[in-house]
Design a binder for this molecule. Structure first.
Ligand SMILES: [Zn+2]
Length: 118
């Protein structure tokens, strides 16, 4: 009680932190990309990034701590599950890159990392 809540964590009704998935646990499920948004005022840049470069034990939401917006330079970055890749996997039943739109460009895989940014 009275603890500061981490904005990158989910909490249950009693206020207990719900352990987030790690990069590694999602990787085991075939999840190798993340959907990233910049929340800086007037920016709203969105990108799909590869999670290949992140350590397996890193909590998935904490990827955001390692990123900076490549458009505006803000660190107000929010990381979410890449639902387009998720649905593509569900419908194709194959690997993570199958069934994605041709315009789908993954930073760190189809597009080089703008170093330490996205
Ligand atoms: Zn931005």
């Amino acid at each position: 009680m009275g603890e500061r809540r981490n904005p990158r964590r989910a909490y249950d009704r009693e206020g207990r932190e719900i352990a987030p998935p790690t990069v590694g646990s999602l990787r085991d499920q075939g999840e190798t990309t993340a959907s990233v948004y910049c929340h800086a005022r007037g920016c709203g840049h969105h990108a799909i990034i590869s999670t290949d470069r992140f350590p397996a034990d890193l909590p998935f939401p904490d990827i955001a701590l390692r990123l900076r917006c490549s458009v505006c330079g803000s660190r107000q970055v929010v990381v979410m599950k890449d639902m387009a890749a998720y649905y593509a996997r569900c419908t194709s039943g194959a690997g993570p890159a199958t069934g994605l739109p041709p315009s789908y460009r993954v930073i760190g895989r189809d597009v080089p990392w703008p170093d330490r940014q996205w």
